[in-house]
Design a protein around this ligand. Structure first.
Ligand SMILES: C[S@@+](CC[C@H](N)C(=O)[O-])C[C@H]1O[C@@H](n2cnc3c(N)ncnc32)[C@H](O)[C@@H]1O
Length: 209
């Protein structure tokens, strides 16, 4: 496994234009508030940490989750393939280049992995590889969300995105749950991110396979 991003998408497509148009037209204004409301508040409520935890956000975009986690007192960093985010994110000092198909960290390197809305940019063949990478690097939890077969956001009319791979329609929520289970991560909570149009999952890592 050597590629970091999907063969059919170059990282340069995730540029200022991508983060300011179509489905993501307000992303550069809203990413931090969204991170808190959609991801971090519900995640911390679900985990109820009683000790310091470390977090890695895979495909962290502009780094809203990282900034919010730092504010809440946690150690957090991220990886991205987008040269734009790596250069302009206010969290860039905690970010490094890297993709979900080859995460540049050791096994069990972080307590919690977050990966939100990255899998729609993989091919169907790459999806199981990405799931295996997330579970490999996570010690305790994987917080995951994606657009899948059942998400209203899969519609280009409703949620335009020129780079979303049509192969996302091949995967149902049950398919994702089975893929994580096959790597040793069990479903703990469903649909806990505040994003009603996509599926989200909190997995606990048990015995890795
Ligand atoms: C819709 S944005 C979501 C950004 C961030 N996760 C968030 O929730 O704000 C999708 C992100 O996935 C990143 N991405 C695409 N393919 C990736 C890959 N193979 N590995 C890691 N990140 C990837 C893009 O650069 C982009 O920042």
């Amino acid at each position: 496994m050597s590629a970091q991003h999907s063969d059919f998408l170059q990282p340069s497509v995730f540029d200022k234009e991508y983060y300011s148009s179509d489905a993501y037209n307000d992303y550069l204004q809203a990413f931090r508030t969204q991170a808190r409301m959609v991801v971090i508040d519900p995640l911390l409520q679900a985990i109820q940490p009683t000790e310091p935890l470390t977090f890695l956000d895979v495909g962290c975009g502009m780094g809203g989750n990282i900034l919010e986690l730092h504010d809440a007192g946690y150690e957090a960093c991220g990886i991205e393939i987008s040269p734009y985010c790596l250069e302009y994110s206010p969290a860039k000092e905690w970010m490094k280049p890297g993709g979900v198909l080859n995460i540049p960290y050791d096994d069990n390197a972080f307590d919690v992995l977050i990966c939100r809305d990255v899998f729609p940019y993989l091919s169907a063949e790459e999806v199981p590889m990405g799931v295996r990478e997330l579970v490999r690097v996570a010690k305790r939890y994987v917080a995951f969300s994606t657009i899948d077969h059942d998400s209203p956001n899969v519609s280009q009319e409703f949620n335009p995105d020129p780079y979303r791979n049509a192969s996302v329609t091949a995967f149902t929520p049950d398919d994702y749950i089975a893929l994580f289970a096959a790597c040793g991560a069990d479903l703990f909570r469903r649909d806990f991110f505040v994003q009603p149009r996509d599926s989200s999952y909190l997995f606990t890592v048990s015995s890795k396979k």
